[in-house]
Structures are given as structure tokens and as C-alpha cells.
Design a protein around this ligand. Structure first.
Ligand code: PAZ
Length: 328
């Protein structure tokens, strides 16, 4: 070995992968618009409601699956399953609990306050009248009124900001921007990362520009690993924020072990473990203090109980952090 050869440093190599991911990702189209919206939203919610520990808390809820394009002029892509129901329902309960919410969702997936509406609200909630006007169908009137008024109330009060992504490149850039923008809130910020994020991707510079041709025979493609940004979020982007990730598995035998290992590996404050088939009925919240199983109560959403538990833990995290800061 020559005297100036350096030994392999896994941390350095990981940070290089992270830097490469962002350096080579196609730039966000609306970066300056998103940045302005984030700044205004955080500013508005930092100067309203209380002071010290009672100041308004802001949570970033991520929701829906990210896509992995296979071509730069994308015709085909790999997708991650998520209807966005968890994120949308959780957003409603966070707002009810007094949080301001940055709702970062996959375009076209479920939105807060729309869960009780039919799949195609425009076509199924409205009807035309004899005098060529449009009116809400009687059977949908209550649901439509409630959805519109709750949504407008949240926007009017400036406590709901909705941002949209499709690809893994957009998602991670927007998450980074949001986390860095929330950094100064310290422990009052929360990340509730329910989005289903791709583990593998095609780096932009190695991606075919045009539609891949089937005449060339079977497709043989190697996907690179997406760097695990959770640890970067905790270490660099927003180190004092209360951070919760989700772990989805289809094999119940490995679910809790995988959740515990995510907790320690990425230094999360909690990991919500759920199985695909039962995710609306049962989850387990894994923390350093133990595991709490939550089951859906009849007549409500499971997210109601998840948010109650996490809001309590978040309040304790704020107290602890502020006390530690006062002592040091
Ligand atoms: O969006 P949805 O309500 O259909 O499902 C929610 C979920 C299963 C995507 C979410 O609870 C979750 O586990 N997200 C993280 C998935 C992952 O391990 O990447």
C-alpha cells in the first residue's frame, strides 16, 4: 500500500453517494416557488399562537409512493404502492390536534378531507338541473359541505400547505428543502414520513434518454441503491426535529425486527410498523422505550390514536430538548 493511499471510510463514502444523488438529480422545476411557500408558511406559523413550549408545532407529513423513471423522457417507471390514505387521514388529525401541516404528497393520491367523497367527486357528487345549472346531489350534500368547509378553514388559517411530488428525485429534493427550512424550529418540528419511498433507482446520467426499445430483446437493467436519507435528516437537515418513519412489510415475521433496526440505524424517535394487509386495523409504534400496539377503535380511524400517541411523545421531546438547552 502506498503511503498516501487512504483507508475506506463508510461514512465518507455514504456522504459522497448522498451528494452525488442531489448533484445529478434533474433540478426541481418550481424550486423557487416551493422555497417561497415554505418560508411564508413557516414564518406565519412561527409568529402565531403562544410562545416557548406552547408555540405552534409544525409537522411535515409525507404521503403516497415515489416513482423511479426508466427513461429521461419518461414513458415507463417503477412505482411504490401507497394510496395516500394514511397521510391524508393523519393530516386531518394533526390539524385537529393544533399542528400546522406541510402535506407532501404524491400527485393524484388521497388528500385530506376528501376521504368520505366518492372516487370521482366531480362526476359523482354533482348533477345538472333542468335550467342548465349544476348542483350538488342531495345524497352527497353533507359530505361535500364538510370537505369544502374543513379544507377552506385550514387554508384560510394558514395551517395547511400542500406540495406535490411524483419521482424519487422530486420527493427527496422537496424533503430536503422542507427539513432545512424547518431546522430553526428545533424540537417543535416533526417529520411523519408515511410516504413509500423507492429503495432503488436509475441515476439520471445513466438513464436512457428516449423510450427503451423492445426490439433490442429482454431488458437487463441494474438499479442503484437510493442513499438512506433518514440518517441525513437526523444528522444534518433538522437534527432537533422529532422524526418518525414508517416500516411496511408483507411478512409479519420480520416486521418488528426491521422496525427496531430502522429505529437504531437511522436514529429515529419512533418507527410505525405496519403490515400491508392489516395497515388500517393495526400498527405497532416502536421507540427506544418499547413497543406500543395500536388497534383501530370501531367508528374511528386508526390514525386518530396514532396521532394522539405521537403528539404526547412530541410534547415530551420538546420539554426534554428545551430543558437540556437551558442547562447547557
Ligand atoms: O398510503 P396507504 O394508506 O395506502 O398505505 C400507508 C403505507 C403502508 C404506505 C404507510 O403506512 C407506510 O408504511 N409507509 C412506509 C412504506 C415503506 O416502508 O417504505
Amino acid at each position: 500500500m502506498s503511503s498516501n493511499s487512504r483507508s475506506y471510510d463508510p461514512e465518507e463514502s455514504f456522504m459522497t453517494d448522498v451528494a452525488n444523488f442531489f448533484d445529478t438529480a434533474p433540478p426541481l422545476k418550481d424550486r423557487s416557488v416551493i422555497s417561497k411557500k415554505l418560508k411564508e408558511f413557516i414564518n406565519h406559523n412561527s409568529h402565531t399562537a403562544g410562545n416557548g413550549a406552547s408555540m405552534r408545532k409544525i409537522v411535515c407529513v409525507t404521503s403516497g409512493g415515489t416513482t423511479v423513471p426508466l427513461e429521461q423522457r419518461c414513458v415507463r417507471y417503477i412505482d411504490n404502492f401507497s394510496s395516500g390514505h394514511r397521510g391524508a387521514a393523519s393530516t386531518e388529525y394533526f390539524l385537529k390536534a393544533g399542528y400546522a401541516v406541510i402535506f407532501l404528497r404524491r400527485r393524484g393520491t388521497c388528500q385530506p378531507y376528501c376521504r368520505s367523497l366518492p372516487d370521482d367527486p366531480l362526476l359523482e357528487c354533482f348533477e345538472s338541473t333542468n335550467d342548465s345549472n349544476i348542483r350538488v346531489q342531495q345524497s352527497q350534500a353533507e359530505a361535500v359541505k364538510k370537505a369544502i368547509s374543513s379544507h377552506h378553514a385550514a387554508l384560510e388559517a394558514g395551517v395547511l400547505l400542500k406540495l406535490e411530488f411524483t419521482t424519487i428525485f422530486e420527493y427527496l429534493q422537496m424533503l430536503q428543502m422542507t427539513a432545512v427550512a424547518l431546522r430553526d424550529l428545533g424540537p417543535r418540528a416533526m417529520f411523519y414520513l408515511a410516504a413509500a419511498v423507492s429503495d432503488f433507482y436509475v441515476p439520471w446520467e445513466t438513464m436512457a434518454e428516449h423510450k427503451i426499445q423492445s426490439a433490442a430483446g429482454p431488458l437487463d437493467m441494474t438499479l442503484a441503491q437510493v442513499p438512506k436519507m433518514l440518517s441525513v435528516l437526523r444528522k444534518d437537515w433538522a437534527p432537533l426535529a422529532f422524526s418518525i418513519s414508517f416500516k411496511l412489510e408483507t411478512d409479519s415475521q420480520i416486521l418488528l425486527d426491521k422496525a427496531s433496526s430502522a429505529l437504531s440505524k437511522y436514529n429515529m424517535h419512533a418507527v410505525v410498523a405496519n403490515e400491508l394487509a392489516t395497515r388500517k386495523e393495526e400498527v405497532t409504534v416502536v421507540t427506544l422505550h418499547g413497543k406500543t400496539c395500536i388497534r383501530r377503535e370501531p367508528g374511528t380511524d386508526i390514525e386518530n390514536a396514532i396521532i394522539q400517541l405521537l403528539a404526547e411523545r412530541h410534547a415530551a421531546h420538546i420539554q426534554d430538548t428545551l430543558q437540556n438547552q437551558a442547562v447547557s
